[in-house]
Design a protein around this ligand. Structure first.
Ligand SMILES: *Cc1c(COP(=O)(O)O)cnc(C)c1O
Length: 376
């Protein structure tokens, strides 16, 4: 917790959980990315935290933006980014939305199949496209499914189709899986990318860009490598596969840009046991899966939780949210150790909560308002 957040919470009076995010930490993270990957352009993944203050700060620092919808494009524009600094990186877009993005000046689009190429060719003629390839996501704590990307063997066909339809076949993209703790995870995808560059060259198409995606971690309970280590490892993999003809590169950090900048203050609503001799306590907070902690799904992301009793004896707890949905349980398979002295009414601090929290919270499920967000 930063001193600024501590001071903010000390004077906060209203009831209910909230997320507080310190912009100074976002600035430090942006600068760390820029230093670790000096020849790479940063496209912040807006979905991680689209607060206007975050977008405005990043626009001022020189960041570009990766967006997934027309609304996100509009948010990036409103924050001061020009259209040439925004990509429409979702591979699943309505043709009408491609046309709207084009009208707003967007000229960079993601594709992963022939049908999507045809939509872009019709609705955003002459634009640049990059083809997303599948990546197995091994080593990631929040791995991505097979939803986005095609097999690398198909990418040259997709890019050639773009070229033949008057688009600029610009490059290749992939995402190694979110919260990727293995700094070597980019190697395999870069080997595939280099092969696609060669295949396209044989077909007379010169690709120029590799989009290295996101995946840079936030520290939750386990230690994570520093961003410099990712930079070194990515640079080595690029050199290994592309030799001295390095492509232009971009990264799309989301979690790694804002995760550690925010924390959630919540309150213990109830502590109970299911039977007299139960050795696991149930701790119910006023926030749960529907209030912003969606990434506890499958117990994937384990947030550090601080209380004023830290240092006391610990006891295993099932941690659950306040709603009447029985799925609203965060940690049960692997109970969470919390102090025995923790009591009803105590505040708890959930750290590393700056990414993928506020926008995942439901509007009013069970009457609970969406997670309040303060950017300071
Ligand atoms: C969500 C997303 C990102 C951000 O991923 P992180 O793991 O949060 O860094 C980057 N690129 C694309 C295309 C995404 O959908």
């Amino acid at each position: 917790m930063t001193a600024r957040i501590r001071e903010f919470l000390r004077t906060r009076r209203e009831d209910g959980p909230c997320m507080v995010l310190d912009l100074d930490v976002v600035r430090d993270n942006y600068n760390a990315f820029a230093r670790a990957l000096p020849d790479t352009r940063v496209f912040y993944a807006v979905k991680a935290n689209p607060s206007p203050e975050v977008l405005h700060l990043l626009a001022t620092l020189g960041s570009c933006f990766d967006t997934a919808s027309v609304a996100e494009i509009e948010m990036a524009l409103a924050a001061g980014a020009t259209a040439d600094r925004i990509s429409f990186g979702n591979t699943i877009k309505k043709e009408r939305d491609v046309a709207r993005a084009y009208a707003l000046g967007i000229r960079l689009f993601a594709v992963d199949c022939l049908a999507e190429v045809e939509k872009i060719a019709r609705a955003a003629p002459g634009s640049k496209v990059f083809c997303r390839i599948l990546c197995d996501g091994a080593g990631a704590e929040w791995p991505l499914s097979r939803k986005f990307g095609c097999v690398p063997e198909m990418a040259a066909d997709v890019l050639e189709h773009a070229h033949r339809n008057g688009l600029e076949a610009y490059g290749v993209s992939f995402h190694v899986g979110s919260q990727q703790r293995n700094t070597e995870a980019w190697d395999q995808a870069l080997a595939s990318s280099a092969a696609i560059f060669r295949e396209c060259a044989e077909r007379g198409i010169t690709l120029s860009m590799v989009n290295l995606g996101g995946g840079f971690p936030t520290k939750y309970l386990k230690e994570v490598p520093a961003v410099e280590r990712y930079g070194d490892s990515i640079f080595q993999a690029l050199s290994k596969h592309f030799g001295n003809r390095l492509p232009e590169t971009i990264i799309e950090p989301g979690r790694g840009m804002v995760g550690n900048a925010g924390l959630i203050e919540a309150e213990v609503v109830l502590i109970s046991k299911k039977s007299e001799d139960d050795d696991v306590r149930w701790v119910y907070l006023d926030i749960g899966k529907f209030g912003g902690l969606a990434e506890t799904m499958d117990e994937s992301i384990r947030y550090p939780i601080r209380t004023r009793h830290d240092g006391d004896e610990m006891t295993p707890c099932v941690l659950a949210g306040p709603t009447c949905d029985s799925a609203d349980v965060m940690y049960e398979k692997e109970p969470y150790p919390l102090p025995v002295s923790l009591s009803i009414g105590d505040k708890v601090l959930i750290e590393g909560a700056g990414a993928y929290t506020t926008t995942y919270s439901a509007v009013a499920f069970n009457g609970f308002p969406p997670l309040r967000s303060y950017v300071i």
